[in-house]
Ligand binder design. Structure first.
Ligand code: SF4
Length: 303
């Protein structure tokens, strides 16, 4: 039964990835799912310590995976350790990725000038071509949403007096013996010559000031920029810009503030991940929107 479910989930994942080029899933081969590399298996010994679930020496985390662990360690295990496919469509993530790609691509093509709305719409449609929408209505809905987002983005650009330094910047640094990786959406220099980080959010509901202060991501981005040779100092400000709601929530940063988050929060998360503590943390709201709900008993009992 369990094996059959794994194959069904893998076929759904194949369909989501090949909706346009192989909608009948003729290229999906169940036998490929059963090919297992023994080094990926948790071959627990019958006595003594169990074999680790992952190679601790090569392990790295991203700011998103840290956030996932913070929300539910079991979800982190399914998603980031076991790479379990899910049956829920990924339209929301897909759309967010499209908006990020559109902004980055426009910036890389012309870093000095603000694009026209027509140019941005054209770019949006280019980026949407291969996305997994269930119907043309759903595709049109996202184009309309994208148009509203573009209008806000262009207005935000016109009012932004900082100098834009770069977009989609890879960060990669070590903390507590583990690599933390990620991508910073947007880096600016203010008129005082100090750095400011912006992360774009495409969800409909903006976070409050306290939620942003308590989150991890802006502190991770700030440390990542400081650790890059070409920048070498901590940004003084970081913000989340909720484009659809046209709301920017900013926090001021300094070394004490960033160090506190790393020492008091991120350190504990990393230690728990390395200790392989992956118990589910059921919560009505989180489980209700979790892509693993169909295969998680703890989650099902919470919703
Ligand atoms: S359904 Fe809930 S408990 Fe289960 S993995 Fe998702 S968030 Fe965690």
């Amino acid at each position: 039964m369990a094996l059959g479910r794994i194959i069904e989930l893998a076929r759904v994942k194949y369909f989501q990835e090949h909706r346009k080029d192989d909608p009948s899933c003729s290229g999906f081969k169940p036998e490929d799912i059963l090919k297992v590399d023994p080094k990926d298996l948790n071959m627990r010994v019958l006595e003594g310590k169990p074999r680790p679930l992952f190679d601790h020496s090569k392990f790295h985390v991203s700011k998103s995976s840290l956030q996932t662990y913070d929300t539910c360690p079991y979800k982190f295990k399914l998603q980031d350790i076991q790479k379990t496919p899910s049956t829920k469509p990924s339209t929301h993530l897909d759309f967010g990725g499209t908006i990020h790609e559109m902004i980055d691509s426009l910036m890389k093509e012309d870093p000095k000038n603000i694009p026209t709305k027509e140019k941005a719409m054209q770019k949006l449609k280019e980026k949407l071509v291969f996305r997994a929408f269930q119907s043309s209505n759903e595709e049109q809905y996202h184009i309309t949403r994208g148009e509203a987002i573009i209008e806000n983005y262009l207005k935000w650009r016109a009012n932004n007096k900082n100098e834009i330094l770069d977009t989609e910047i890879w960060i990669d640094f070590e903390f507590e013996g583990v690599k933390i990786k990620g991508k910073v959406d947007w880096l600016e220099k203010n008129p005082n010559g100090e750095y400011e980080v912006v992360d774009f959010k495409t969800g409909k509901c903006p976070q409050s000031q306290s939620e942003v202060e308590e989150g991890l991501e802006l502190y991770v981005y700030a440390r990542g920029i400081e650790k890059k040779n070409e920048y070498g100092k901590l940004p003084v400000k970081a913000s989340l810009y909720f484009i659809e709601a046209d709301k920017q929530v900013a926090i001021d940063l300094d070394e004490d503030k960033v160090k506190k988050v790393f020492d008091e929060k991120i350190k504990g998360l990393i230690q728990d991940i390395m200790a392989e503590k992956f118990d589910p943390r059921p919560d009505n709201y989180e489980c209700g929107r979790c892509k693993y709900l169909p295969i998680c008993d703890a989650g099902k009992s919470a919703v």
